[in-house]
Design a binder for this molecule. Structure first.
Ligand code: ZN
Length: 283
């Protein structure tokens, strides 16, 4: 079940209680989600625990004001982003929560992703995109309101389809131009104006691999906080055409036997791996 994938809420339901942002002064001790690039700072000495205490036990230059985002193991959790070149004191280390490095526990990767998605929205919702006025927080939520023009703004979460296309026991995989040689994944792309999700699947497969698909069905979804996507997973059956990469965004595309697949990017935390592992065998 895709709810159990990293970055979805179910992964941390027993550890984390979210609540709306609170920035008022508060000295209640708690935990810290300290973000440094796409890494999370953890205590190296106590089996990957989040740093705890008030003030932040890491003396460094922060790039943002701390923001309380919920309760972690019953105590306040504050998120903060620090400079990528900040030196961490002894006893702490920054471990990636994106990519193939899976040293960080999945629950910590998930809370890091949540904090990163929230901080991204906070940093990009300071001014009104309509009139340029400074935005004010709408109480009890993540929305913002413009006192100048009255527009309201809510978190931007971008829908993106990802699809496993099957032809018998073969799977369609593509290599994006940005990926290293030998690494493949599923066709994926952002929803466009005027499209249903199924129409988006058909268009992306046509654009990236040059073929037609049929029998499109939803299989699961995943929050993908890099910086703020919603990955919506599908299966589809080959329906015609010759595989032909577009040569620009996609430099390789081909059918692979389901028992002899190449490396895939995104690592074990991605819905692409989950879809392949769960649905590689034809019905
Ligand atoms: Zn405005």
């Amino acid at each position: 079940m895709s709810d159990l994938l990293p970055f979805n809420s179910t992964m941390i339901r027993d550890l984390f209680t979210p609540f709306p942002p609170q920035q008022e002064p508060d000295d209640t001790p708690g935990y810290w989600a300290v973000l440094q690039g796409n890494s999370l700072v953890v205590s190296a000495e106590s089996q990957q625990a989040l740093p705890s205490g008030v003030p932040l036990p890491i003396v460094t230059v922060s790039r943002t004001e701390p923001l309380k985002i919920g309760l972690w193991q019953g105590k306040p959790l504050r998120a903060i982003r620090i400079a990528v070149d900040s030196l961490l004191p002894a006893g702490y280390e920054a471990l990636p929560f994106q990519g193939g490095d899976t040293r960080l526990d999945n629950t910590l990767a998930t809370i890091a992703g949540r904090a990163a998605q929230i901080m991204h929205w906070e940093q990009r919702s300071r001014f009104c995109s309509h009139c340029g006025g400074e935005l004010a927080r709408i109480p009890d939520g993540w929305g913002k309101r413009c006192p100048t023009c009255g527009d309201e703004h809510f978190p931007h979460i971008h829908p993106c389809i990802i699809v496993l296309v099957r032809r018998g026991t073969e799977l369609l995989l593509i290599r994006n131009a940005a990926w290293s040689v030998g690494r493949f994944s599923l066709v994926a792309g952002f929803l466009d104006f005027g499209e249903s999700l199924e129409e988006c699947v058909q268009r992306e497969v046509r654009e990236e691999a040059g073929i037609e698909v049929a029998n499109i069905r939803y299989v699961g979804s995943q929050c993908w906080p890099f910086p703020s996507q919603q990955m919506i997973g599908f299966l589809a059956d080959y329906a015609g055409g010759e595989v032909r990469p577009d040569g620009v965004e996609v430099v390789e595309a081909d059918w692979f036997p389901e028992d002899a697949l190449p490396l895939s990017p995104g690592g074990k935390r991605s819905i692409s791996r989950w879809i392949i592992d769960t649905f590689r065998e034809s019905d």
